[in-house]
Design a protein around this ligand. Structure first.
Ligand SMILES: O=C(O)CCC(=O)C(=O)O
Length: 254
């Protein structure tokens, strides 16, 4: 395809993240917002794939429990037609340009921060969640379906953190929520992007987002890529990104 420049690849490898504007057209954004709502409303059954990344719920939803950060794993498994739609097709092609032709999609997910939920996604490195792998190449594409700004939870990254040792991670709260490590905003940069644009990060890039303190939602569609052989490596060990969240990477353990 050849849409990515050598300078972009170099920046991605140096900084550990890379912004790409206008991945989706306005019509495509609306298409994905509509599907997103069907997932949120459980018109597409999400079952055990839905949980509160905010760490305050026990994973079972009730009217008394408001989700702070709604995470739905594997939308492409729940609605397989998504795999052939533009978001998946374009992000896979870009992942291959960024990290090599052997990249495949490992998993996709939706992360929604509803208005006024005020719950940060704690600082973490994705690789802390994963089993240790011999080939650590991994790229995540965070596609904004709403304008993402600091106050509704745009992504923050610590430039170059993927080239440093992985930090020690621990559970952020009880109830199966997110993992976290120690880091501060002053180490990072906020990446505000428009709806339809995306930001890529590497598997070890330290990142976080503030809570959504606005009256608007903050919907992200996230696709994660790694070498086909490493996806096979994970699956052979029973790891498919549907299980409990825990520190799996030996380098990220205390
Ligand atoms: O959307 C968020 O707040 C966090 C996303 C994230 O941690 C990720 O995509 O790896």
């Amino acid at each position: 395809m050849g849409v990515i420049t050598a300078a972009q690849i170099e920046a991605f490898n140096h900084d550990g993240y890379l912004v790409m504007n206008d991945l989706l057209t306005p019509d495509e954004i609306n298409y994905y917002r509509d599907i997103y709502q069907q997932f949120l409303d459980d018109k597409i059954n999400t079952g055990k794939f839905r949980s509160d990344l905010g760490g305050f719920s026990d994973g079972t939803r009730s009217s008394a429990t408001r989700e702070r950060i709604t995470q739905i794993m594997l939308p492409g498994r729940l609605l397989p037609s998504l795999l052939n739609e533009v978001l998946h097709v374009r992000t896979l092609a870009i992942a291959r340009e960024l990290l090599g032709d052997d990249m495949d999609m490992d998993f996709d997910m939706l992360i929604d921060k509803a208005p006024f939920t005020n719950t940060p996604t704690p600082w973490h490195q994705d690789c802390a969640y994963w089993i240790s792998m011999p080939d650590t190449r991994a790229a995540s594409c965070w596609v904004a379906l709403d304008d993402a700004v600091k106050d509704n939870g745009c992504m923050w990254y610590v430039p170059g953190s993927h080239r440093q040792p992985v930090r020690a991670h621990r559970p952020a709260g009880s109830g199966g929520g997110a993992l976290m490590c120690d880091a501060e905003e002053k180490e990072g940069v906020a990446v505000e992007i428009k709806a339809g644009s995306c930001v890529w990060h590497q598997g070890a890039t330290l990142h976080y987002s503030r809570g959504n303190s606005t009256g608007n939602r903050r919907r992200a569609f996230i696709n994660n890529f790694r070498p086909a052989a490493m996806i096979q490596f994970e699956r052979e060990r029973g790891f498919d990104h549907t299980g409990e969240r825990e520190v799996r990477n030996t380098s990220a353990k205390d």
